[in-house]
Design a protein around this ligand. Structure first.
Ligand code: ZN
Length: 573
């Protein structure tokens, strides 16, 4: 790809904040004002890379998370950084056709321009005003527009459904007949998210991505090294998931991941910055769940009522701060205020306060571990509070329920005007349940047929405990898959296919599971052939393989199919 790099000098003016921030957010000098105003208006151009030449850190990608510091660049420091900076720039030159270096005079000794043989460099000259103009002109050469994607008007009936993402990328060209990946190396495979695999069918109204991934090494928001190519430009959430115009990217902070910590592990400044840079359509404020007990080093620890109340107040204070930062940065994503509570009245009482802060989109958090009746009480109380507020003050507020599907409560949710929810329950049932893995088009659940993988070290060890040789086991594994494929092609009976599966699978002796009844469930699956009655792209492509319990390429595709069926039932129900 023909990428263009812009390198900016660091600035003395910085956003004061205790936690690390992406460099393009941290610096607040004139160059960064021009850059950020351009990104605000037009989005981050897909072919633009931004780097910073910093007196403290040297040459780093613009997305690198940095702490505040106070150090000025001078000739001596620049000369000191010269070797390392030149090396980094040469590394980046492999993927960039040209670079514009908008640098103060003191910064220039940090780059050995004679070494830049393969990179066309442009160095705007003159006083700062001219450099700012050159930067602005360069940025405007990128053809891009930011589209603000508003949600459809709230309507009676089906709430919008968001699929929470767990980095569910699949090998788009996995070969189900030979049971092999399209390439040995993951980087050589064409990887697609379940949402893309399911296209042109729609399985959700959008995706919910948690910023908690930023703490880890996986996912779109993982931390990157300062000179990695990924640190030069944010990956667009919408592009990663292949979202259509009528699907939305919703971000939250993943509060369950830090619920055992005294404070949230992400700050409001960080959250706003990440939602903004990665092009989210909706971003939720930073909450902290007032759980009755948390996991400690010595087992579960009860939280005092005072501590739980503190978390509710902290969540509210964060929501207020979130809007302030959102306003200051003039962000274009829709801000979503999260309410936490212990009782139903806690949630209901806070709603008018959130609306007064300026929220027209409010989400209820912390409901996941609660019973259906608890959730119903909360939802009814909040809906009542919203109606009372609307009667006295007007306006309309959307309500989102985090992590809650609850089939039995769907009628209540409609009645109470819930606008959206997210849940991965049906997706994950595909492999977490032993016998309800596939939701048929007839509304019935079916068991997926297990064919254990010899390539899995633990399974292999258990199979080898049977005393059979590796060669024999591999042959039985292959025979099971072949028998299922032959059954689907009408060449053998269900009984024959089941016998091959049974011979191999029973070697695992699943302990307390009632294996006899499981095989009866397999028989029901095979005889009913539910894969023939679903029109989704996964079932059409995989056929019987969507009902084979084996490896993430089959299991997560089955999860995608379940989600598609859930989505269909929500639209029709
Ligand atoms: Zn299907």
């Amino acid at each position: 790809m023909d990428r263009h790099l812009i390198v900016l000098s660091c600035s003395a003016t910085k956003v004061e904040h205790r936690d690390p921030l992406p460099a393009v957010t941290r610096y607040d000098g004139p160059y960064y004002k021009v850059l950020n105003s351009c990104i605000r208006e037009r989005g981050w151009p897909p072919s633009l890379s931004i780097a910073v030449l910093s007196a403290e850190y040297g040459l780093i990608g613009g997305l690198t998370q940095i702490d505040g510091y106070d150090r000025r660049m001078d000739e001596r420091r620049a000369t000191e950084l010269r070797e390392r900076c030149t090396e980094t720039l040469m590394k980046w030159s492999a993927t960039h056709s040209s670079a514009t270096l908008v640098l103060g005079r003191d910064y220039l000794p940090a780059i050995n321009f004679d070494a830049m043989t393969s990179l066309r460099t442009i160095v705007p000259e003159g006083p700062i005003g001219m450099k700012l103009q050159a930067l602005s002109n360069r940025l405007h050469e990128f053809r891009t527009t930011r589209v603000r994607r508003e949600l459809p008007a709230r309507r009676a009936g089906a709430p919008l459904y968001f699929l929470p993402d767990w980095d569910d990328l699949l090998d788009a060209d996995f070969d189900f007949v030979s049971d092999s990946f399209s390439a040995a190396e993951r980087s050589q495979r064409k990887e697609q998210h379940c949402i893309q695999i399911m296209q042109p069918r729609r399985m959700c109204d959008g995706v919910l991505v948690s910023l908690a991934q930023n703490q880890g090494t996986k996912g779109i928001l993982r931390r990157v090294e300062p000179t990695d190519l990924e640190s030069l430009a944010p990956q667009s959430i919408r592009t990663k998931y292949g979202l259509r115009d009528d699907q939305w990217a919703f971000g939250d902070c993943g509060a369950f991941s830090y619920s055992s910590e005294p404070e949230p592990t992400i700050s409001t400044e960080q959250a706003v910055s990440l939602y903004h840079l990665h092009g989210f359509d909706l971003g939720a404020s930073v909450d902290h769940i007032p759980l009755p007990a948390i996991e400690g080093p010595n087992g579960a620890k009860l939280l005092t009522t005072a501590e739980r109340r503190r978390r509710i107040a902290l969540t509210r204070a964060n929501a207020r701060e979130f809007l302030e930062v959102w306003n200051r940065r003039k962000c274009s994503f829709t801000p979503v205020g999260i309410i936490q509570g212990i009782t139903a009245q806690d949630y209901a009482r806070q709603l008018p306060e959130y609306v007064d802060m300026g929220y027209s989109f409010i989400a209820l958090g912390g409901l996941v571990p609660r019973s259906d009746s608890d959730i119903e009480e909360v939802v009814r109380a909040v809906a009542k509070s919203r109606a009372a507020f609307a009667r006295s003050r007007g306006g309309d507020v959307r309500l989102h329920l985090f992590g809650v599907f609850r089939p039995k409560l769907q009628a209540t949710f409609r009645e109470c005007g819930i606008s959206s929810f997210d849940s991965a329950t049906y997706f994950r049932k595909a492999w977490l349940r032993s016998d309800q893995n596939y939701l048929g088009a007839d509304g019935q659940w079916y068991a997926a047929v297990r064919v254990p993988m010899m390539s899995d070290a633990r399974t292999r060890k258990r199979l080898e405990a049977s005393g059979l040789s590796e060669k024999t086991l591999l042959r039985m594994e292959k025979a099971s898959l072949e028998a299922l494929h032959e059954y689907s092609a009408g060449k053998v009976t269900a009984g024959d296919a089941l016998a091959a599966v049974h011979r191999y699978d029973e070697l695992l002796s699943r302990g307390d599971e009632n294996s006899g009844s499981l095989y009866e469930k397999y028989r029901r699956t095979l005889e009913s052939k539910p894969w023939q009655f679903c029109g989704c792209p996964v079932c059409k492509q995989l056929g019987i393989d969507v009902l084979i319990f084996r490896g993430y390429n089959r299991n997560k595709r089955r999860g995608a199919h379940n989600t598609y069926q859930l989505y269909r039932s929500l639209r029709e129900g």
